[in-house]
Design a protein around this ligand. Sequence first.
Ligand SMILES: [Zn+2]
Length: 443
Amino acid sequence: MNVISRCFLPLALCCSANLWAWSNHTLVSHELIQSMPQVATQNPVKVESLAEFLMANEEAVAKLLERDEIWMAQNLWHYNPRPEGLVFKVTGNPEDVVKRFVNAIRINPNAKFALYLQGMPGSQLNGTAMPAVDISVFKDFGHLNHLPLQALTSGDLVSAVDVVVSANDEPDHGHDIGLFTDSGTDHGQLYGFGEQPFGNPNLEYGTQAPFHMGFYHESPILYALGGFLKETYPQMRIHQYKGLAELAFANGHDYWGYRFMGWGLHYIGDFSNPYHVTPVPGNSTLSTIWVGLLSMLGFPQSQKEAVQLVSNRHTVLEDFQSVIMTRAYEEHNYQHPAIQALTVKQPVAAYAETDVIEKFAQASMYKADQVGEVLMASFPYEYVQDANVEYSELGVLDTLEQTVHNHAGEQGYNTLTATISGLLSDFSMHGSAYVADILKAKP
Ligand SMILES: [Zn+2]
């Protein structure tokens, strides 16, 4: 990394303070999936473990991953080829089949792949409760602490909607953790992704940033100064999981068809948040470069401030979305505008691989400035405009809705809700295209 790139690095740390996009992804996927008759009218599907699925499809998975490797090297926006030693070989050995697979698609080998359902806020699940520690690799289980979790066993019958929605939150439970050479993990040394391009490797979840964010629409000069901004991988995950879902459906393993679908859909959901598709939303290229230059000249303060503000705005946006949607589900208020925005409109749009960058990431990039302005108008100065404040330390989650009411009035509250609903409406359109295209593989 050259001097200039390094100088721009702290800029990208803004991304690391908050990485969840939508803190609980089931909030943004439930209505999308359940309003699609293509999924909702399906018969219950039979649960099977990842090892069972892989052993039943070992040859087909090996062929798919070989084809994928060539395709991804030729077509992805950015790709670091998979080292030869990680190829998924057909051996017939069930003992290490999950490990072989995990290595081949290069995800965290400590990820749990448990059989479970994650309930919505305000819902009840039957059967045996699933401890969060068996789902997440993190010490802090976050929202999993407050949701119903149900353990499943191989052979159980479950609804397709529940499988997709539960799986949609799963990539944030540790799939993309520790994958770089400087992550301090054994697998990071093997995977061939090199050093972490941006994000803070010292945070528990910081290493997943380049897999859940994609900066595709910056100016050429910004890429020239900070080439690391190109080193992102969500497009790779969206592609990998789509292919695996299609393989599972084509071979009659619908449970894994829906689960891989949920995994891939997660990254499309991430893209519906402007803070995941541009490093400094609301900053012009010129001012971004200017603060970078000041930092290089020995005045790092303005860059630190820019980073702090972006981080605070990112977090407050997600907090508000999470608060209003969690409450709506708890109160069974399915007419809430944020939930209604996710209802899929038929006919579902067509899907093309190039849409991931040209439409999905582009749509929220376009809205980044407007979202920033609405945040400024909705929240008190210290939440979104004071670079000396770490917003997450204010501990204001419980009073957030009331604060917006007090600060921006009824109209401001509604504008903020409508702005978030607009982002979710885009996700509904883009996510449903992805889902419908995968389902074409179903015989
Ligand atoms: Zn994510």
